[in-house]
Design a protein around this ligand. Structure first.
Ligand code: PMP
Length: 325
């Protein structure tokens, strides 16, 4: 019994009950542990789907180069897919992302270009702009653009949603996920709400991001934008994959609360997960404490693995430098 390549191991990740950090909460809280994917993150799902769809549409041809702006995890999924299918990869990444993520991408053969974080998205130096420029310059290149490419949310509609519905035997009442491109929450949420429109979808956002205010007021408020440290969630743009009708509410979580909850997940639940997992659990439990009833079942997505953050939130010295320990 064997698989043809590592890409075929994507998906069917386990759903695990939280037992300690949920102290005092009514109902059942389950987490979907996405680090079981081969690239150790939820983004493997959409990476392979974006490539499949691009091949079908004739946008990506044999020997081509995939160019993407990524916080690291999408890059990993794309790099693994590229190896299986014979493509080259160039990734642009902002300099706030962990060094581990850059090194991991290089280890699987990708070229990585680090760009400044503290410039607007439309600045020619931003990682969005550099990716676009390279795509225009390099022949036979394809820019998936995970923000606006709807294959992203579709991957979760086809895989993450049905998996959760089956794993909870349709008992899920609340779904929570951090929002970056919006692919995970909107694709999964769309499927779950189609099965049961009463499923509540909670989006976790960061301070320094535009989502929560936009959902509540319809205003894209530039004053909401400032730099923050949590990686992978929150945006200074409105990606096409975010369908605000599929997200019932947003909760913002601070960098510090997220970091401390991530460390608790490792120590108290044995879940050695990434920083945005702490954001997701901290915010979701804040909601659960107030709203979850005895018979309710909440599922929270844990997007990636702790190894990517060893130099930051799992490093006591770094934590003390932030004033968080
Ligand atoms: N957490 C991490 C660590 C991520 O890399 C991402 C992807 N940006 C997310 C959460 C958010 O997922 P999505 O892009 O599907 O909204």
């Amino acid at each position: 019994m064997y698989l043809n390549n590592i890409i075929e191991t994507i998906g069917n990740t386990p759903l695990v009950k939280l037992n300690r950090v949920t102290d005092g909460i009514k109902g059942t809280v389950l987490v979907k542990v996405e680090y079981f994917n081969p690239g150790n993150s939820v983004k493997d799902r959409m990476a392979v789907k974006m490539i499949d769809d691009a091949e079908k549409a004739g946008l990506l041809k044999p020997g081509g180069t995939i160019i993407e702006g990524t916080s690291g995890n999408t890059g990993m999924g794309l790099a693994l897919t590229a190896i299986a299918r014979g493509y080259k990869c160039i990734f642009t990444m902002s300099d706030k992302q962990s060094k581990e993520k850059q090194d991991i991408l290089k280890a699987v053969g990708a070229e990585v270009i680090v760009c400044p974080t503290n410039v607007p998205a439309d600045d020619p130096r931003s990682y969005y702009s550099i990716a676009r420029k390279l795509n225009a310059e390099i022949e036979n290149s394809y820019y998936p653009n995970q923000y606006d490419n709807l294959s992203n949310a579709q991957a979760h509609y086809e895989t993450t949603g049905p998996e959760i519905w089956a794993q909870t035997e349709g008992k899920i009442t609340h779904f929570a996920a951090g929002v970056g491109t919006g692919g995970t929450i909107c694709g999964t949420g769309k499927y779950l709400k189609e099965q049961n429109p009463a499923v509540v979808s909670v989006g976790l956002d960061t301070y320094g991001s535009v989502f929560k205010k936009y959902k509540e007021t319809g205003i894209f408020d530039e004053d909401e934008i400032y730099s923050y440290k949590t990686e992978g969630i929150g945006e200074d743009i409105l990606p096409k994959n975010v369908d605000f009708d599929l997200i019932d509410l947003f909760i913002k979580v601070t960098d510090k609360d997220a970091a401390l909850m991530t460390r608790r997940l490792a120590k108290e639940e044995g879940l050695f997960v990434g920083w945005s997992c702490g954001s997701a659990v901290f915010g979701a439990l804040e909601y659960a404490r107030e709203h979850l009833k005895e018979d309710d079942t909440m599922v929270i997505i844990l997007p990636d693995h702790g190894t990517r953050y060893l130099g930051k939130i799992y490093n006591d010295e770094w934590m003390r430098e932030q004033g968080w320990l």
